[in-house]
Ligand binder design. Structure first.
Ligand SMILES: Nc1ncnc2c1ncn2[C@@H]1O[C@H](COP(=O)(O)OP(=O)(O)OP(=O)(O)O)[C@@H](O)[C@H]1O
Length: 549
């Protein structure tokens, strides 16, 4: 017999069966451990469903043994307990039962059902490996006015994409406003007590930074369409949280007035006055005891601020030169404080002896842009520059309103760390006032309707995304009442009386004789708008449901 061309037997090797079995068992073990781990994660993630699963199992068991009547009995007991709960504690019932039921309902019927469609149409779906990657909806939490969704972005996206798509998302889900937040909205709760250390550790995990999560807040019912009534005057003002109005999620909007200056921008008649008066109301108790001293300048001849004169320790509305004096006096006070605090503290703490000085200026542009007398204008600009650059930490703060936020008009704009944007006339004004990119992040101040007076965009503590708020409307009667109740005590340093205008020194006319040129009378600050026009403008307020000022 002929020998085979290739002798396969020569290459034959015996199978290493122990090795094959060992590898297979190890692979199976790894796989089943992974699956078990996934199941545990799934079960933990959906821990809220455990009671439901247990109840369903119990219900099936009870039905098998006794029929329908145990279910009926349970239903009656649950309904009776719910009724008693609702009767005794409506708030907790609403929070723990009604809102949770609404959240579940809206999650399933509104968001889950349309998720794929809306995400695709709003351009938020990514294509990868021949398939689609969608943002993943993690939770839906409803409040009385908002739906807060948490979602995880697919890889290759950042929150900017959601900021841009915010309006499309809002209208797609049947609302008008959608706010996008790239960070968690609630801070971890403050823990105390015996188990605080444990709870703090759990919070550290629960509230850890999640860069791939995005929070979408849909405004289901806009609470800012109604005028906000004056808020109660705090017994002692908390400068880190002064209540000034209402947020669109129905929380109270609080301003942090500690070591900051505030610039209020808004087109004419959009409610700059209501921001100032809301702030003064929040400070009123401090004003009465002398913890806060308000120095007010109203370049509109007192049209806005004169009505609350008793609240102010110093007040000028009729003389540009006295306005400059007031600001220079504030600089002098600031310098004295600087000397006293140097090397001791970095931020001044207001006391009755060394109060917080708040300089309120109703129309900043009138002081630094439209003032004809260049000498006084330079004095005012210099004093303001010093106050704005150094006064915040020393407890000398400036709160100023302007209709025009352009740099050419408000040259000192960049020195205001806190900005409030009421309704503005131009799209470009939004970024000028709130900072670059603010409009893209949702501050649509140029789209605030004329009727929404007192509605504004603000930045909340620690969040780059602007929030929409409405300041409380303080009517004239309320201001008068406030001025009578919370009048400022006499200042330790009395307001200087207006000094008569200095007579210019005689000049020689070259032939030894002297010609006296009397100085023209001091320039009085005439109102920017004549009273007749202001009265006419007040009519629009009456038409819009507000009260004329
Ligand atoms: N928060 C508010 N809620 C409801 N209506 C308001 C609010 N603030 C102001 N208004 C209405 O708008 C009118 C104008 O308000 P305000 O005088 O405060 O505006 P302004 O921006 O200060 O005007 P100006 O540009 O003349 O200084 C008021 O007469 C009032 O009727």
């Amino acid at each position: 017999m002929r020998a085979p061309l290739v002798n396969f037997r020569r290459f034959q090797i015996t199978a290493p069966w122990p090795l094959v079995w060992t590898v297979t068992v190890v692979l199976l073990l790894v796989r089943s451990t992974v699956l078990a781990g996934r199941f545990v994660v799934f079960a933990l993630r959906h821990w809220r469903s455990w009671p439901v699963v247990v109840l369903v199992l119990l219900a099936v068991d009870a039905y098998r043994d006794h029929g329908w009547w145990p279910h009926l009995l349970v239903l009656v007991v649950v309904a009776a307990t719910g009724a008693v709960w609702w009767w005794r504690g409506r708030d907790s019932f609403r929070r723990l039962v009604v809102l949770r039921a609404v959240s579940l309902w809206r999650r399933l019927l509104i968001y889950r059902r349309q998720w794929h469609e809306v995400m695709s149409l709003c351009g938020l779906v990514k294509k990868y490996d021949g398939g689609e990657v969608l943002p993943r909806l993690l939770s839906v939490r409803c409040t009385d006015a908002t739906d807060e969704l948490v979602l995880r972005m697919p890889k290759g996206q950042n929150p900017e994409v959601y900021h841009k798509a915010a309006r499309d998302l809002a209208y797609s889900f049947g609302t008008r406003h959608c706010r996008v937040f790239s960070g968690r909205r609630q801070a971890p709760p403050a823990r105390s007590g015996r188990l605080a250390w444990l709870l703090r550790r759990i919070d550290a995990i629960r509230f850890r930074d999640r860069p791939r999560h995005v929070w979408l807040v849909f405004i289901r019912r806009d609470p800012l369409t109604r005028v906000v009534a004056p808020l109660p005057v705090p017994v002692r003002p908390d400068f880190t949280a002064l209540p000034l109005g209402l947020r669109e999620d129905l929380a109270t909007y609080c301003l942090r007035l500690l070591a900051t200056h505030v610039l209020i921008g808004g087109a004419t008649r959009m409610g700059k006055g209501s921001v100032i008066w809301s702030l003064l109301r929040a400070l009123a108790a401090g004003i009465r005891i002398g913890l806060v001293r308000v120095w007010a300048i109203d370049p509109k001849g007192g049209m806005e601020l004169a009505i609350g004169r008793p609240l102010f320790s110093r007040y000028v509305d009729d003389d540009w030169s006295r306005m400059a004096d007031l600001l220079e006096d504030a600089v002098a006070r600031m310098r004295v404080r600087q000397q006293a605090l140097r090397g001791k503290v970095r931020v001044h703490t207001p006391t009755v002896d060394e109060p917080l000085i708040v300089i309120v200026i109703d129309e900043l542009a009138a002081l630094i842009a439209f003032l004809a007398d260049s000498d006084i204008r330079v004095r005012i600009t210099q004093a303001l520059g010093l106050l704005l650059s150094q006064g915040a930490g020393l407890g000398v703060l400036v709160v100023a309103a302007t209709q025009d936020p352009r740099k050419e008009v408000v040259t000192v704009r960049d020195y205001f760390p806190t900005r409030i944007a009421l309704g503005l006339t131009e799209r470009g004004h939004v970024d000028m006032l709130m900072g670059d990119g603010a409009r893209d992040r949702g501050a649509l101040a140029d789209q605030i309707p004329l009727s929404a007076k007192g509605v504004a965009y603000v930045l909340l503590d620690g969040q780059p995304e602007p929030a929409r708020v409405r300041f409380s409307y303080i009517a004239d009667d309320v201001i008068r009442d406030m001025a009578a109740t919370f009048a400022a005590p006499p200042d330790i340093q009395p307001e200087p009386e207006p000094v008569p205008a200095p007579v210019k020194p005689a000049r020689t006319n070259g032939n030894g004789r002297h010609t006296f040129r009397p100085t023209p009378p001091r320039q009085a600050a005439a109102p920017l708008l004549p009273p007749s026009l202001l009265n006419a403008l007040d009519l629009d307020a009456t038409r819009n449901g507000g009260e004329p000022r």
